[in-house]
Design a protein around this ligand. Structure first.
Ligand code: GH3
Ligand code: MG
Ligand code: MG
Ligand code: MG
Ligand code: MG
Length: 303
């Protein structure tokens, strides 16, 4: 990853001096400069910047206004800003730090101190980035089914809660499809558990391909999947279920499963409709529909 510094100061001499120090210390791969807050902000909008060194007193837009504008934007929250202040005035320094500066340097500054303070900020930034990445990863892991990479049941239940509330508030339709592999036990018994797992991942891929951006698919149980379809009335949910049924039936397996036809049974339910006025009843109706699909011969969609 390349590191970029942005130096903002209305004094061209100072900018050149700072850039010289940074370059000699080889702290960054590339350098950008601006003559005031306004120009600095434009540079920030058009480039990926890892650290900003910013003067306080500048024409048009001073350092405080620049800081305020920067911190108001989500994407610049974590970019460290070191203030360059000509004043010894402690109130100014406090104000800068309170407005979101990470550190400050008093002019005339010492090259060694500048380099050391920049290093500290880069270190803090890289630790922050690392923490953020591992938090994101933990969050993803906690809502994902490890085998199929669909969402897990816990996340599904969270999202059902949200979507149900949204649907009742807006008077919109919310459809639920529960699907279950037919005679899956036999697949495991015939081809082994590993091939059974392969069927599950292939089925998940087929489901994923059918999803619209606002749909959610989850592994609900061992060989049961749920599709949550917001803004979807029953006359739209049924064809989606039917298409899935066909795609699974028509899937051509390779390897030891070659020639094997796998089918699924699906139950569909939509909120609101008679007898479906809660999350519980939505699941119950979809489950009962699935049961009917199994009872009446499998490889079919029931409402
Ligand atoms: P039906 O048509 O009535 O649904 O029959 P079935 O055999 O699919 O249903 P049953 O509920 O009797 O069996 C489900 C099987 O799913 C049993 C279990 O071993 C298998 N299964 C559940 N989770 C997994 C898994 O993660 N991997 C594999 N390979 N098999 C699984
Ligand atoms: Mg100045
Ligand atoms: Mg089952
Ligand atoms: Mg079963
Ligand atoms: Mg089954």
């Amino acid at each position: 990853m390349t590191l970029t510094a942005l130096v903002i100061d209305d004094s061209e001499t100072l900018r050149a001096e700072i850039l010289q120090i940074l370059k000699e210390a080889s702290l960054f791969d590339s350098y950008l400069e601006a003559c005031d807050g306004l120009e600095g902000f434009k540079v920030l909008l058009n480039n990926r910047v890892d650290l900003v060194l910013c003067d306080l007193e500048m024409p048009r837009m001073d350092g405080f206004r620049f800081l305020a504008m920067m911190r108001a934007r989500e994407e610049f929250q974590d970019v460290p800003v070191i203030i360059l202040t000509g004043r010894e005035d402690r109130d100014t320094k406090i104000r800068g730090l309170e407005q979101g500066a990470s550190d400050y340097l008093t002019k005339p500054f010492d090259a060694g101190e500048l380099v050391a303070r920049v290093r500290v900020q880069l270190k803090v930034k890289s630790l922050q980035d690392e923490l953020k990445r591992s938090n994101d990863m933990l969050r993803t892991l906690s809502i994902t089914d490890p085998l199929t990479h669909l969402h897990n049941r816990r996340h599904l239940m969270e999202m059902v809660e949200k979507e149900f509330q949204r649907a009742s508030r807006k008077g919109a339709h919310l459809s639920l499809i529960i699907l279950d592999i037919d005679y899956f036990k036999k697949v495991n018994d015939t081809y082994g558990h590993q091939e059974g797992d392969r069927v599950l991942t292939i089925l998940a891929d087929i489901v994923r391909r059918r999803l619209r951006s606002y749909d959610l698919a989850a592994r609900y149980g061992g060989e049961e999947f749920v599709l949550l379809l917001p803004e979807t009335p029953v006359h739209e949910a049924l064809p989606i279920a039917e298409r899935l049924r066909l795609e699974v039936q028509e899937h051509i397996f390779d390897g030891s499963l070659q020639g094997q036809v796998i089918t699924i049974s699906l139950g569909v339910a939509t909120y609101p409709s008679p007898r479906i006025e809660s999350i519980d009843s939505l699941f119950r109706q979809a489950d009962e529909a699935l049961y009917r699909a199994k009872q009446s011969g499998r490889n079919r969609v029931e409402l």
